[in-house]
Ligand binder design. Structure first.
Ligand code: GDP
Ligand code: MG
Length: 899
């Protein structure tokens, strides 16, 4: 990777006062955006208007707690082209919201998505759409899928209670399916699966189920099998419906009604096609066996009835629900959305198998003193607590903030307190988004999702509280925003464009917090950070076309980080004196700090091997649904900033001059790791704490090597001495910053002359999944571990599956029906050519998992195509920062400092 020396050199010289972390979100002013060309929500085309005159929301006067039981906040996660859009359009149609089924454009590249956004106003509807199904209210939250837009997925998953995974029956589990699956698993979200495109040549339901077992590491439980029927006068079969294994019925769809009419008919020993009946019986037996191994109620019923066929559908359904909620199993359905087959049972399953907001572990929040609290189980009196998970700029309405309410109720015109930015807000209007329309609503109740208009400073990930809530600092654990790994300069065309460009970038960041901005103090250049080339490309595109600013973008470069060298190294500066005169005023303070190098991902790579559905152990099953709670607790470590931990534990006790009192208190403090300020001050503890934290963050914002932000460090305050009025907040911050900078420079190794070697450069590391034909495995692995400096973590399915099977042989017997041999170009085959077919026969595909530095993944698309004759596919996401080896670091430093 080539990095122009000048830009980085100037970054090195950046002033410390410029608090230049990649997070410009600190200061948000109100942005008025006149020029945004987003389409409005209300469609011009009346054909899209909802059929019902009253919305589900207003026509059902449920009591609040009744309503919450009947709410489902779900998302659809899938590999691109699996049929997410097609399936969603069908759902909306069958729910009665669209009169005709929406068109699906083939090929759903992210560019299409952006274009669609503008042309069809999907920006708004796509974030969360509400529709009713069988007396339930379903909030469907969109999760677009492209690695560069991973924050889009992350922030949606954060507010989901359950997910539908759509798989392409021909392609099976794909690289990106694995990526989004793991993302959902990390958040402990219950999932159901829909194997789509069963009408296509080469569709393999059974094969896909087996891949879910081996590649996703879950327990797929088949609740439907495909109804494949012979075509008259040919050996070929056609996909005509599904068999419901619970009710033992055949489901068919009437094509005249575009699939709106579903016909159920019983499946018993008199059924004409005995093959179908026999397989259904096998599936039923397998289902009962699988459930009895995991659910006490089913084993009891089975021991009583002694007949797999005699257990009632409702009992099976209840067990499947329990086991799905605890992420123990994943029910698998099948269909062909494009042919209008299988969609209604999928919607039923959302209601039947996915959790209501109440059935999820309580959300976790943190008070300003760092104490974790559970949100949402305090009964009806609990105060409002909501999370903003998406901000969209609408030309007419201004910023639309999508929120999920975790406790209490958000009322129209309410005074709100944004505890993340510490600003007052007012909710002017509340909206519910429908398929192609919106409705104004008086309140958003607990467990629900809606849009707030009128918020000025609220960003993605912010917590909103009641304006009168005394818990001013209470914040929900935010949305994990990845730090940008690429950056490029944005050059306004003239000096009069500078201000508009900056404003526009800030507005963009408010929508998409995975973008970042900083101004290079030296050159005055504005640097825009993002997750990938496409991400920055699209951002620039939007600046020019949506915000109408005149700017050009410079070359894209990778963003590095710095840290102290050596895991576990502790560097201490016990007493740092600061005494300086600024504008004739003396500023003084004395502090002690320690800086410790944390063991992070790069120190323990081996342990980060796919932690597939971690809920799969027997112990978890018994806890029934409590599992996610433990997960969430793990995410709530000490205060985290960009991979650093900060510990400022100050005693509330005021400095004392009484010798004996101080001694006693000091003893107690030492035991708890708390610092009692000595000397004298009038500043209250919270002000001291903030000044200290600011000082630490300032020091962490640039490292000694090349001025990149520091990461993987734990900084603790160990001592604080104050000199009355001379110890101003500014003096305290400066003192702390200098002490921390010195500690990092020494790196616990004061004797080395070469301080450069006390620090190490970190580079972004990607989690890469490559899918190739067997014959190409050797070449591809050679390339990854050779030229690209990557490490291969796992190879193909064989080892994985063996390990898996051994682990739970006793408790889970996989069942997957045989796949139809149908391969011909029968009438059912769709126009979409199968890219998967080109990979060769499905069974000889192999999946390679590796960790590779981002810098050597540039241009991998073309390289992989060349290596595999165009058949290889890959997906990747940033997983963290890893240490650079010494030689590369030396070369890079030399190059950037312009030696
Ligand atoms: P998305 O990227 O997941 O949103 O996928 P789309 O819904 O855009 O579908 C991608 C392509 O697959 C489109 O050309 C659809 O027409 C096609 N498709 C979707 N569902 C089916 C199906 O059930 N059968 C067939 N044959 N094609 C389908
Ligand atoms: Mg789509």
């Amino acid at each position: 990777m080539q990095v122009p020396a000048g830009a980085i050199r100037s970054a090195v010289r950046q002033s410390t006062s410029a608090f230049s972390r990649w997070a410009s979100c600190q200061h948000h002013q109100q942005h008025r955006l006149h020029a945004r060309a987003t389409a409005s929500v209300t469609p011009a085309n009346k054909a899209f208007m909802p059929i019902q005159s009253t919305r589900w929301y207003s026509s059902h006067a449920h009591k609040a707690d009744e309503a919450i039981k009947n709410a489902r906040n779900i998302g659809i996660i899938a590999h691109i082209d699996a049929g997410k859009t097609t399936t969603t359009e069908r759902m909306l149609h069958y729910a009665g919201f669209t009169r005709r089924i929406g068109d699906v454009d083939s090929g759903d590249t992210i560019m299409d998505y952006m274009k669609q956004e503008r042309e069809r106003g999907i920006t708004i509807t796509s974030a969360a759409i509400t529709f009713g199904w069988k007396d339930h209210r379903i909030n469907l939250i969109d999760t677009p899928g492209h690695v560069d837009f991973t924050i889009e997925v992350e922030r949606s998953i954060r507010v989901l209670d359950g997910a539908v995974t759509i798989l392409d029956a021909v392609a099976g589990v794909e690289a990106q399916t694995e990526t989004v699956w793991q993302q959902a698993a990390r958040h402990g979200i219950p999932r159901i699966a829909f194997v789509n495109k069963m009408d296509r040549a080469g569709a393999g339901f059974g094969r896909t189920v087996r891949e879910m077992r081996t590649r996703l590491g879950c327990r797929p439980v088949v609740v439907q099998i495909p109804l494949m029927e012979s075509l008259q006068g040919s050996n070929d079969t056609q996909f005509n419906g599904v068999v419901d294994v619970l009710t033992m019925e055949v489901l068919r769809w009437d094509s005249n009604s575009k699939g709106a009419n579903m016909i159920r008919s019983p499946l018993d020993s008199n059924y004409a096609d005995q093959e179908v009946y026999q397989e259904a019986v096998k599936a039923r037996i397998a289902l009962v066996e699988q459930l009895s191994a995991l659910d006490e109620n089913i084993i009891e019923l089975f021991l009583t009835l002694e007949d797999h066929m005699a257990i009632e559908a409702k009992d099976l359904q209840a067990a499947i629900r329990r086991l799905t909620l605890s992420s123990t199993i994943v029910p698998v359905l099948c269909g062909a959305s494009f042919r209008n087959i299988g969609v209604q049972p999928l919607m039923d399953s959302v209601v039947d198998y996915l959790p209501s907001p109440e059935e999820r572990p309580a959300a976790l929040g943190r008070m300003s003193d760092g104490k974790a609290v559970e949100i949402g189980n305090g009964g009806p009196k609990e105060r409002l607590c909501a999370l903003a998970f998406k901000v969209v700029h609408d030309a007419r309405r201004g910023p639309m903030v999508f929120v999920r309410v975790y406790a209490g109720q958000l009322n129209e015109r309410a005074q709100l307190w944004n505890s993340s930015t510490h600003t007052k807000e007012r909710a002017n209007k509340l909206l519910q988004m429908y398929a192609m329309d919106v409705e104004e609503i008086p309140h958003i109740t607990k467990g629900n999702i809606g849009v707030v208009l009128g918020l000025k400073d609220t960003r993605t990930g912010d917590t909103l509280l009641d304006g009168h809530d005394p818990r001013k600092g209470l914040a929900l654990s935010g949305i994990k925003v990845p730090s940008p790994v690429f950056f490029a300069s944005i050059e306004p065309m003239s000096s009069s464009d500078e201000k508009p460009v900056e404003e526009a970038i800030k507005a963009l960041i408010r929508e998409d917090p995975s973008l970042g901005m900083r101004v290079d103090e030296e050159t005055g250049q504005t640097l825009l950070g993002g997750m990938g080339e496409l991400h920055l490309e699209v951002a620039k595109e939007r600046l020019v076309s949506d915000f109408k600013v005149k700017a050009e973008m410079g070359r894209m470069r990778i963003s590095f980080k710095e840290t102290m060298r050596g895991a576990g190294v502790v560097s201490e500066v016990p007493a740092w004196e600061y005494d300086r005169e600024i504008l004739g005023k003396r500023g003084r303070a004395r502090v002690g700090v320690t800086v410790e190098r944390l063991e992070r991902f790069d120190d323990q790579e081996d342990e980060r091997v796919p932690e597939s559905d971690s809920s799969s152990s027997k112990a978890e099953v018994d806890k029934k649904g409590k599992k996610g709670q433990a997960d969430a607790a793990i995410h709530m470590g000490p205060e985290e900033y960009d991979g650093n931990e900060i510990i400022v534990s100050l005693s509330e006790q005021s400095p004392s001059t009484d010798e004996a009192g101080t001694l006693a208190a000091a003893e107690k403090a030492a035991a708890t790791g708390t610092v009692i300020p000595s000397g004298s001050t009038d500043l209250p503890i919270p002000v001291l704490r903030t000044s200290i934290k600011n000082g630490i963050l300032s020091a962490l914002s640039r490292g000694p090597l090349l001025g990149y932000a520091q990461t993987h460090l734990k900084v603790s305050l160990t001592d604080l001495h104050l000199y009355g009025g001379e110890s101003t907040p500014a003096a305290i911050s400066s003192c702390v910053a200098a002490a921390v900078t010195e500690a990092i420079r020494l790196g616990g190794n004061p004797s080395t002359g070469d301080t450069d070697s006390n620090s190490v450069l970190l580079e972004p590391i990607m989690d890469v999944r490559v899918e190739v034909a067997e014959k190409d495995v050797g070449t591809v692995i050679g390339d990854i571990s050779g030229t690209r400096r990557g490490r291969v973590l796992s190879l193909g399915q064989d080892d994985d599956s063996a390990a898996q099977q051994e682990e739970d042989e006793t408790e889970f017997q996989l069942y997957a029906p045989p796949d139809s041999t149908y391969t011909g170009p029968g009438s059912a085959s769709s126009s979409s050519s199968s890219s998967a077919d080109a990979v060769g026969t499905m069974s000889d595909r192999r999946s390679i998992r590796a960790q590779v530095p981002l810098s050597s993944m540039l241009g991998y698309d073309a390289a992989l195509r060349a290596l595999t004759g165009g058949t290889g596919k890959f997906a990747m996401e940033v997983i963290g920062y890893g240490e650079m080896d010494f030689d590369r670091q030396r070369d890079l430093i030399k190059e950037m400092r312009g030696g």
